[in-house]
Write a protein that binds this ligand. Sequence first.
Ligand code: FMN
Length: 398
Amino acid sequence: MEVFETTGIGSIELKNRIFRSATYEGMCDDLGFPTTQYYEMYEKLARNEIGGIITGFAYISDEGKAMQPGQAGIDNDSKIPYYQKLTDIVHKYHSRIFMQIAHTGRQTKKSVTGKEVVGCSAKKSIYFNEKPRVLTTNEVHQIIEEFGNSARYAKESGFDGIQLHAAHGYLIHQFLLPSVNNRQDEFKIDKTSKINTRFLDLVVDNIRAKCGDQFPVLIKISGSDDYYRKFDEQQFINLVQFLNTKKLDAIEISYGTMDFALNIFRGDLPVDLILSRNPIFNSGPFYSRVFKKTIALNFFKVKLKPYSPMYNLDYASIAKKYTSIPIISVGGFRTYHEIEYAIKDKRIDFVSLCRPFIAEPDFLVKLMHDRNHKSKCMNCNYCAIMCDTNNRTMCYKN
Ligand SMILES: Cc1cc2nc3c(=O)[nH]c(=O)nc-3n(C[C@H](O)[C@H](O)[C@H](O)COP(=O)(O)O)c2cc1C
């Protein structure tokens, strides 16, 4: 397998084995409509030879909105013409574009969304610290419909497929995890597999029913997490085997939840920036800020995993053994040689990158011309921390 060879996902042809992984843009208006900056950013990526682009997570309903103010929405059909404009731009360059769709569940803030925070259980996220109202069984079925509707809006907007965000602690992930899901209804944790796949199962079926079997459905999952009751290797294998039965079109393997968000990204912990700009750490009464600055921040520090190249590749290799669905590895690819190693030596189908494309939208073209070019991304994580403020996503160092 070669990095720069034409290949495909489902019926869709891709010009190489590289994806831009989902990256929150912060470039939409208050109602989740794209702005000019959003179109320009995607045009820049498409013009620079990326095979497949996955958008930042887009909310499927107001209730599923993130606390980031500039998030994109795919919650109703009035948005279709605005995304049609986007997909037309990307297709001009023969690049493919997939919309990542998500419901945040407990990982959001009522003070920002104005909506009650809901979850599959009443368990709070450590980071967001809001007690969710437990979704009733009927409401869960309604959210399944909303996932299907959003996928249909994406299809009608000309996207080449969608990616379900089932990683990083968002709602689909919350249902999968026994450390979060303590339900007793049809969505409870299965005693044998020790995960709950029913929610995901019905979401996928609903999407297929509304979009047809030919419309590519990708998924992003986390190989493990940092909770006390850690998602173990057997649970991960059970999840991959379940996805195999659903015949999804690609599985992207990431890590973790937003409770320990820096373990999703890895790299520096910019303490001063967090304390001055993060809305969770720099708000509240004086004593609470002092607590967060000392105890809470140190708690997160102890849990930090160091950056290493290709840091999720082992999970991707495990997944590869249990499914014939194409696997995408994300996390810590900064050189051509690392990408080539994953694809050629480890037989991973695709590699996806986030921060290198924030630092250099033309990173891939640079690799095409110079196999020794190294990403300018220094894993400073300013881009990730600034996501939670009112700013659009950009590189703060280059
Ligand atoms: C600024 C920023 C925004 C991100 N937004 C999303 C997102 O919307 N959806 C998602 O699944 N992952 C998101 N991620 C995670 C990336 O897709 C990727 O999994 C992670 O950054 C590791 O890849 P990298 O080492 O190439 O940056 C984001 C990461 C960063 C730094």
